[in-house]
Design a protein around this ligand. Structure first.
Ligand code: IMP
Length: 221
């Protein structure tokens, strides 16, 4: 087995996704769980700062303690809406629990037009993710984002969080995001993530992009 990476997350799906990327590089990814309320999120408008603060606090919870040879990983994400100056951003979880997708639609109710391209510009937003890996004092940071816009209607079905109201911009044949109104090889055809299969959503994923960016910086284990 290669070097151990402890991934601080309550979400096993995220652990699986990280394994898909890291096992071929020779790393052994494990889930790190800490008791609820052990890690305090600072108030900051940067997901990177939040992730770094969590790394600092989680280090001493590595099974081998501060002197551990193992590595620690954290991943954080959020939805940033341009017309709301980046809100809910780092507060995405809290805002989702309180006002939900319905509340976001209401906040944007003044931004309506029949012109679909103008709509996709007026209501532009992006999911952003950061993946941080701590290796005995050395820190690697990977970033990923997925541009798109907030729909006018909620489409429930697949996914979680803001998937029912987030429509991604199309991707070209290399998987690169296009601009509002441009047609590409991969498209949800105007549907929010909530209305498409998970394997389609994966192609756009800010999370996969952040992990790829991180892993491209790592040497083989
Ligand atoms: P986390 O840092 O990955 O837990 O994400 C924080 C919050 O952002 C989540 O609770 C969701 O509300 C929202 N979010 C992050 N990624 C996604 C996504 O892929 N789809 C929908 N909502 C997301």
């Amino acid at each position: 087995m290669g070097r151990k990476i402890w991934f601080l997350t309550g979400n096993l799906g995220k652990v699986e996704e990280a394994r898909e990327h890291l096992t071929p590089l020779g790393y052994d990814v494990n889930q790190l769980m800490v008791p609820k309320d052990t890690i305090i999120e600072p108030q900051s408008d940067s997901i990177t700062e939040v992730a770094m603060a969590k790394i600092e606090q989680a280090k001493s919870h590595l099974p081998g303690g501060n002197d551990s040879e193992d590595m620690l990983m954290i991943e954080d994400a959020g939805l940033f809406i341009d017309a709301l100056s980046g809100f809910p951003g780092v507060y995405s979880s809290y805002v989702h629990e309180t006002i939900g997708c319905d509340g976001i639609i209401k906040l944007l109710s003044h931004l309506i037009t029949e012109d679909s391209i103008r709509l996709a510009n007026l209501r532009s937003a992006q999911f952003r993710a950061v993946a941080v890996l701590w290796d005995n004092g050395k820190v690697y940071i990977g970033n990923g984002h997925c541009p798109g816009y907030i729909s006018t209607k909620i489409v429930e079905g697949n996914g979680f969080g803001y998937d029912p109201i987030f429509v991604p911009y199309d991707l070209d044949s290399d998987g690169v995001s296009l601009l509002a109104g441009e047609y590409g090889e991969v498209s949800t055809h105007g549907s929010p993530f909530g209305g498409v299969e998970v394997n389609i959503k994966k192609k756009f994923s800010h999370r996969s992009r952040a992990l790829n960016d991180l892993f491209n910086q790592l040497p083989s284990a």
